[in-house]
Design a protein around this ligand. Structure first.
Ligand SMILES: [Fe+2]
Length: 405
């Protein structure tokens, strides 16, 4: 059932509603990996609103969640969710939040960005933002950000910053982007970021507070620093490094801090409690220079689509391997296929580590084929040594089912 909040959206906001795509077996597998690897860590280190929300929303493990399901579950706490395409204009984002609707980007990150991506995607939203929403104070914080966000006066530099950010995030998630294009987009983004920071509009200052709370915030709980921000919860890389960062107390001055969305954060801010964030936002209201008279009617939906790529024939073949593997896991196909899938991986998809990991998991859990198991493990261990990133990703995957075995 569509939530009342979504049903009642006015056309300027309803225009952002996107139909969720059908994801590939490889994308579901990437979600499954992230969801499984990150959960035990966040159970221990995230603010309790995480667990509360994962339970309320019944966030699945094996498949990418359906936004209709999240919307339906959220309606129990008087909230809602819609699918959107990538970064939407900040005014639309804030207006949706104010109305109790969380926008969820329907994109799914490419495998190269499995640990972190600056682009909003279903992992960032489904594991990060929505896993806060069971908590009433959290919903109040988001709605207050929304209210202030609609009222905040912005500068022309903020619009260029938004456009440069969206453009960069589209390139980051595209298989066919060249290094030259990335460099150019990065240069444009850096200039836009500096200009928006220098212009220091109320909208920009509010964004800094949003960034260091809703995205990267820590909140004290039982005298411990707990992870609360969505970007930390949805990034296995950044989340686990949080204790190595400089941690400063969150205050009204945090609104003046510089931030950079393209790199891992060096400084994180910690709120005394969720109430403390509400207090700071109320103080921020008192510093605002005026009230914007730009209504939501003037919001323009960007024309350029995110995730424009089409899979190559090789990627399609790889996806068929993921599909066969999933069917074996679900016992819809004989595990005999796993050997054949492994041979195909060896022959054509040498750089893929997630499928061999999945095959090894099925074989280990079922106690099948020790010889094939050691063959796959040896190959994974070889890949393991190729880079620090791979060492972490493969190591985490192996540790997960080694523990369960
Ligand atoms: Fe976000």
């Amino acid at each position: 059932m569509v939530s009342e909040h979504v049903k009642n959206l006015p056309p300027p906001l309803a225009q952002f509603k996107e139909v969720q795509p059908k994801y590939t077996a490889a994308q579901h597998e990437a979600w499954r990996y992230i969801r499984q690897v990150s959960h035990p860590f966040y159970l221990e280190h995230a603010h309790p609103s995480y667990l509360e929300s994962i339970e309320l929303l019944d966030i699945p493990i094996d498949t990418i969640p359906r936004i209709a399901h999240i919307d339906d579950k959220l309606s129990q706490v008087s909230f809602g969710a819609i699918g959107v395409n990538g970064f939407i204009p900040p005014r639309a984002f804030m207006a949706l939040q104010y109305r109790g609707v969380t926008p969820i980007s329907t994109d799914m990150r490419i495998p190269a960005n499995i640990g972190y991506t600056p682009s909003p995607d279903i992992v960032h939203e489904g594991l990060g933002h929505t896993t806060m929403l069971a908590n009433l104070e959290v919903r109040r914080i988001l709605q207050l950000f929304g209210e202030l966000g609609i009222k905040a006066v912005s500068a022309p530099e903020d619009q260029e910053y938004y456009e440069a950010t969206r453009h960069l995030s589209i390139l980051e998630e595209d298989f066919v982007t060249t290094e030259e294009q990335k460099k150019e987009a990065n240069e444009r983004w850096k200039l836009a970021n500096k200009a928006a920071y220098d212009a220091a509009s109320d909208a920009r200052r509010l964004s800094a507070l949003h960034w260091f709370t809703v995205e990267f915030g820590l909140v004290k709980y039982n005298r411990e620093s707990r992870i609360w921000g969505a970007a930390l919860i949805s990034s296995i890389d950044e989340g686990r490094n949080y204790l190595n960062r400089t941690i400063r107390p969150l205050s009204l001055e945090t609104a003046e801090a510089q931030y950079n969305i393209t790199i891992q954060q060096e400084t994180l801010y910690e709120a005394e409690s969720l109430d403390n964030i509400l207090d700071i936002l109320e103080k921020f209201r008192g510093t605002m220079s005026g009230t914007s008279d730009v209504g939501i009617e003037s919001i323009i939906k960007p024309e350029e689509r995110t995730h424009k790529f089409r899979p190559t024939e090789k990627q399609k073949r790889l996806n068929r391997i993921y599909k066969a593997m999933r069917e074996c896991r679900e016992q819809k196909r004989n595990t005999y296929w796993l050997r054949e899938s492994w041979q195909k991986l060896e022959k054509e998809h040498e750089d893929d580590w997630l499928a061999p990991l999945g095959i090894l998991e099925i074989l280990t859990k079922g106690g099948f084929n020790p010889q094939l198991r050691s063959e796959i493990r040896a190959s994974l261990e070889k890949k393991h040594g190729q880079s620090k990133d791979l060492e972490k990703l493969i190591g985490d995957g192996l540790a997960l089912f080694d523990k369960a075995a």
